[in-house]
Design a protein around this ligand. Structure first.
Ligand code: PMV
Length: 354
């Protein structure tokens, strides 16, 4: 069938500084979170529409083909179909046309990097741009309204994806004292951030690329019965206030201390869920010990954070790069699976691809 319209977006992954872990309702967070937007880890996604082949198509009126790395992918298709079904009343074109989604990641699928934030944010950007094109409103791709809408729908696809919409840093969830913050979408946080963070480095040390034993979806659900949930949500709000302070002043020690505590808390919550689980590996722990010892002996502001997985995200300012890289190569790379490291940094946010 002839393609009628096509939109394409590149959108990055992000790394949370204060973590979102626990949700309620339709993908609403139990505490506010903030992240750095990454640069090198991104998805490129296109959405095209054509006339439907038959009027009585299956899938509740949705006709979708999904390609990952140019190959049809049925497992991803099922996930996207259920996402589209959930939002189809807001996007009438989804059931009117035959849809084709093509997606690729800049990082290997099995690298242990969560792809849902980049993938769902890229797809949400495609949805809102396509919708505005079809409605003839001619909204420019990067207007505030389009971005806010994209963040809203990215959130429905994957909570953390809501934050990938904005450059440098983004905050999601109603936060005390942060004007405009909302549980429904993320807001840009670049302007409030000290310039030292705009070129911050994020070296991702791949301890293991094996598929996670417990998904984030299950992890969020287990917070409902976690005996420490209430204390955690209180702590997350307090840590957010502290991190926002550090992001503004450029206090790297305060910034790093909180981000490490957030990482350890996230994993501690997993370890005391019922059933409990551990996503760190012996390599993760070995690297953490070495990072702490390096910081102690050099007094350099090298800190780490963790996602819901075993890989270490090293966070450090650009001006100590020449001292940190040799340390990573000499002492940490031996703990990485096949020596795998992704050299990322804070990035400029999504871009429409022409
Ligand atoms: O967006 P989800 O449902 O994959 O959850 C992400 C959870 C963490 O990555 C662990 C934390 C966060 O805030 O990104």
């Amino acid at each position: 069938m002839k393609e009628l319209k096509k939109v394409s977006w590149r959108s990055p992954s992000n790394i949370a500084l204060v973590k979102y872990w626990g949700k309620h309702g339709n993908q609403l967070p139990s505490n506010p979170s903030i992240s750095f937007t990454l640069d090198q880890c991104y998805s490129e996604t296109s959405l095209s529409i054509s006339e439907k082949e038959s009027k009585n198509s299956k899938d509740k009126g949705l006709e979708l083909k999904f390609y990952f790395d140019k190959k049809e992918n049925l497992a991803f298709r099922i996930k996207i179909l259920s996402f589209f079904e959930g939002i189809s009343k807001d996007f009438p074109f989804l059931s009117k046309y035959a849809l084709s989604v093509n997606s690729t990641n800049s990082f290997p699928h099995s690298s242990g990097i969560a792809s849902s934030a980049s993938a769902m944010s890229a797809l949400a950007l495609c949805l809102v741009e396509m919708n505005s094109k079809l409605s003839g409103t001619k909204v420019k791709p990067d207007t505030d309204k389009l971005m806010k809408n994209a963040s809203y729908y990215a959130r429905i696809g994957s909570g953390s994806a809501s934050r990938s919409i904005y450059p440098v840093a983004s905050l999601w969830g109603a936060a005390h004292g942060v004007k405009g913050s909302s549980d429904e979408y993320a807001i840009p946080y670049e302007k409030q951030v000290n310039k030292v963070f705009k070129t911050y480095q994020n070296s991702i040390l791949i301890a293991s690329s094996a598929e996670k034993k417990v998904s984030s979806r299950v992890g969020h659900t287990l917070m409902k019965t976690n005996p420490f949930a209430k204390a955690r949500y209180k702590q997350a709000n307090e840590n957010l206030t502290e991190v926002l302070d550090a992001l503004k002043s450029g206090d790297l020690e305060k910034f790093g201390t909180i981000t490490e505590t957030e990482a350890m808390t996230l994993h501690a919550l997993m370890m005391c869920s019922s059933p409990n689980f551990i996503l760190m590996t012996p390599s993760t722990l070995a690297m953490i010990e070495k990072i702490k010892a390096f910081r102690e002996s050099t007094k350099l502001p090298l800190y780490f954070t963790l996602d819901a997985g075993p890989n270490i995200h090293l966070l450090y300012p650009e001006n100590i790069k020449s001292k940190v890289i040799p340390f990573i190569q000499a002492d940490l790379s031996e703990h990485c699976e096949n020596g795998k490291i992704i050299w990322d940094k804070v990035g400029k946010g999504p871009a429409s691809i022409k």
